[in-house]
Write a protein that binds this ligand. Structure first.
Ligand code: DQA
Length: 148
């Protein structure tokens, strides 16, 4: 049976490919979902690929992932830098968590240099463009490979 992985996206990522393409590139979130779905099949994973502009919705999805998913790849968008609630929810999740940022947040404004989610993440992928999602899935596949 494929292992379930949640791929969670926070606010404004629905506008990927449209907003600030000089920072975030031309690929849409739909393109990312398609590529992740294809890669997941190769890796023996099944993904639930989700996006919300609402913090509480993301918290609810993390709760849903508890006990059902093997891992979480998460790009929390701007909530990265503000959300203790998402951090706390991730602390209640037992599997690997990989944090993804399309842009290199460390080359940007100083308020983007702090991440609450990094206090829980097992790995962080920044500045690799949308390829970061694929790297996160590969990492989760490796970290969960010995689990039944
Ligand atoms: C982002 C970086 C965040 O600082 C920003 O608020 C986003 C996207 C990224 O993928 O580079 O919305 O998470």
């Amino acid at each position: 049976m494929p292992k379930l992985v949640y791929v969670l996206n926070g606010p404004n990522l629905n506008l990927l490919g449209q907003r600030q393409p000089e920072i975030y590139g031309d690929e849409t979130l739909g393109d990312v979902e398609r590529d992740c779905t294809a890669l997941a099949a190769e890796l023996g994973l099944e993904i639930r690929f989700l996006q919300s502009n609402w913090e509480g919705q993301i918290v609810d999805w993390i709760h849903e992932a508890r006990g059902t998913a093997e891992g979480i790849a998460i790009n929390p968008g701007a909530f990265t830098h503000t959300s203790v609630a998402i951090l706390d929810a991730l602390h209640a999740f037992e599997g690997p968590v990989i944090e993804v940022h399309v842009s290199n947040v460390h080359k940007r404004e100083s308020f983007r240099h702090r991440s609450y989610v990094s206090l829980r993440a097992d790995g962080i992928i920044v500045g690799c463009g949308t390829q970061g999602y694929a790297l996160a899935l590969r990492r989760i596949a490796l970290l969960t490979k010995d689990r039944p």
